[in-house]
Design a binder for this molecule. Structure first.
Ligand SMILES: [Zn+2]
Length: 152
């Protein structure tokens, strides 16, 4: 970095719409229309990739078919957020990577149903390895926020 450069702080607030693509569209439609979570099977390593991808990042081959995964799984990693982040809900909230039954890779989403105002109590309940279930919004819109995780 050169000492003579000037740095200008700016903020961009751009609203835009983009196509989700074939794979993400199928994934979101299954959530919206049937309350199903679908992964993609890699024909080479046989992993079920979730969120679904059109290519396996390990084998560099196209994924071959859709696989419905279970509505329950285990937390692999989580965090509880107490600071405001642009574009996210007001804190506190918990998010977790969950390995759903039948999937080979974990998918992140919100964990609801925890009292996060008492951190000591919350961290006694939310843990790596804790079992969760998927819960769906009644009125779904084809978004990742159409579902969340709840501790079982
Ligand atoms: Zn693979």
């Amino acid at each position: 970095m050169k000492d003579d450069l000037i740095f200008i702080a700016q903020r961009w607030d751009i609203e835009f719409k983009h196509a989700a693509g074939e794979t993400a569209s199928t994934f979101f439609k299954a959530i919206m229309q049937r309350r199903e979570i679908l992964g993609r099977l890699c024909p080479k390593c046989k992993r079920v990739l979730l969120p679904p991808r059109s290519f396996c990042e390990r084998c560099f081959v196209e994924t071959s078919e859709w696989v419905k995964v279970g509505g329950e799984g285990k937390i692999q990693s989580f965090t509880i957020v107490y600071e405001k982040f642009e574009g996210l809900p007001p804190p506190p909230y918990a998010i977790a990577y969950v390995l759903l039954d039948g999937a080979s890779t974990a998918m992140v989403n919100f964990v609801k149903g925890l009292d996060l105002n008492n951190l000591d109590q919350a961290i006694k309940k939310i843990k790596i390895g804790a079992k969760v279930k998927v819960a769906f919004k009644r009125k779904r819109e084809g978004r990742i926020t159409d579902f969340w995780y709840e501790l079982v």
